[in-house]
Design a protein around this ligand. Structure first.
Ligand code: SF4
Ligand code: SF4
Length: 437
């Protein structure tokens, strides 16, 4: 695609990067076939190609975002299905991230929209605040009808019972059982540790059981992904910088093989820190190193000798491949391989490349599209008649679980159970005991 960025604009690294990306697009339209919003809405401006044109027009003229561009960029899930489909190697992720940051700087959103985004950015990344907010939302749920419609999805997110605070996310060293084969730091996350602390506990158990020492590094909190996807660049880069400092200090002083995440939405962002912090002279190298040593937990499990206990029931597992894992990180094989090694029958979900509608804060900000995608995903899962659904991202887990009675758990919880850990409470003891969808 031809571009006409002014030379002085190209001196700015963000614009220079976007210009290179846009030039790679040959407007072939292959990406439209796998874009969830184009599939649902059928509008060119809601396809990757249409959005690239809108972003090109906004960025090459360095003009403030307009309402039309914002509408269609806001509707983009950042699922990155287009990124893995594109034959020309267009890095849609970096382009849309730049566009979102540009929108955040140049566009004055309507008051309620502004307020919602500010509140999300101030609450979700901080477990203490998020816990309080969920408790408040749970109490206010019966009165949800009295609140503006855009808050209904937030009330829907509040679980009926909030799990007790986890203990495994405090700074600590969890020793490997037997001979140590690796030493890793674990990102314990923000929203996940409030919504389902059992995931971190299962991760620590299964890794230490297989000879991996797991460190919870002091000062490592939210990775900044949620703010990053809302274009709040300064806030997300500050969180990223804090993680880079803490983890790299631990690596230098005591050694680390990997930085492990069990939330694939975070993993995609961590693996992009090298790019996000490339202009920070003091941190750029460390950020790139951290990105290179980041692994999804399924990638680490795939390197270990997973052997199920002899009485492990062979449950039928529908593996939901989170977009951030399959498109963002291109990790597609490790989770089903590990689940099979752990003794489960794994079935693929039809239309597995299509997003479930969770997409970070998307289901809160764009609930109509998110609900359509959820219904489509749940219907596809139900067709496979699974005993349980496994996923590697808390956002997808919450989204899918709100549409089905089939239990939804993290991949790592099943592998933990199969290799000696406790059975996740919602998972049936045998295929015969499975709950109908
Ligand atoms: S598939 Fe790639 S090159 Fe083709 S229109 Fe989409 S982004 Fe452009
Ligand atoms: S990121 Fe997903 S929703 Fe956005 S344009 Fe690409 S395929 Fe469509």
């Amino acid at each position: 695609m031809q571009t006409s960025f002014a030379p002085d604009l190209l001196e700015h690294p963000a614009f220079a990067s976007s210009e290179k990306i846009i030039r790679k697009c040959v407007h072939c339209g292959f990406c439209t076939a796998t874009c969830p919003t184009f599939l649902l809405l059928g509008e060119e401006n809601d396809s990757p190609r249409g959005r690239i044109y809108l972003m090109k027009d906004m960025l090459e003229n360095n003009r403030p975002a307009d309402a039309l561009t914002v509408k269609h960029i806001d509707r983009c899930l950042s699922c990155l299905s287009c990124l893995t489909t594109c034959p020309s190697g267009v890095n849609y992720m970096h382009l849309v991230d730049h566009a979102r940051a540009h929108i955040n700087k140049t566009y004055k959103r309507p008051l309620m929209d502004r307020l919602t985004r500010t509140v999300l950015g101030l609450i979700l990344p901080y477990p203490g605040r998020f816990r309080l907010a969920l408790q408040g939302a749970r109490l206010a749920k019966p009165f949800a009808g009295m609140f503006p419609k855009r808050f209904h999805a937030m009330f829907g997110m509040a679980p009926a019972h909030l799990p007790a605070r986890g203990t495994s996310d405090r700074p600590a060293v969890h020793a490997a059982q037997g001979a140590r084969v690796k030493r890793v730091a674990l990102l314990t996350g923000c929203a996940q540790r409030v919504l389902d602390p059992a995931i971190n506990e299962a991760t620590i158990r299964v890794l230490t059981r297989h000879g991996v020492e797991v460190v919870i590094v002091k000062g490592v909190g939210c990775c900044g992904a949620l703010q990053h996807h809302m274009g709040q660049e300064e806030a997300s880069n500050a969180l990223a910088a804090s993680i880079v400092r803490s983890v790299m200090r631990e690596k230098r002083e005591r050694g680390l093989d990997y930085f492990v995440t069990n939330t694939s939405g975070c993993g995609t962002t961590l693996k992009d820190y090298g790019f996000m912090l490339r202009e920070d002279a003091a941190l750029a190298n460390d950020a790139a190193t951290l990105s290179a040593m980041t692994r999804d937990v399924s990638e680490v499990l795939a390197e270990l000798a997973i052997v199920p206990r002899p009485d492990q029931p062979k449950l039928r597992v529908a593996y939901h491949s989170a977009c951030s894992l399959q498109h963002g990180q291109r990790v597609t094989q490790a989770p089903p391989i590990v689940l099979r090694k752990a003794g489960f029958e794994v079935v693929a979900v039809p239309e597995g490349h299509i997003c479930c509608g969770s997409a970070g804060t998307y289901n809160l900000l764009q609930p109509e599209i998110a609900n359509q995608l959820k219904a489509r995903k749940v219907a596809n899962i139900t067709r496979m008649t699974p005993d349980v659904v496994a996923a590697g991202n808390i956002g997808c887990m919450v989204q899918i679980a709100s549409g089905t009675r089939t239990p939804v758990v993290h991949t790592v919880q099943l592998v933990d159970w199969a290799t000696g850990g406790p059975r996740p409470a919602s998972v049936p003891t045998s295929p015969a005991a499975a709950i109908p969808a």
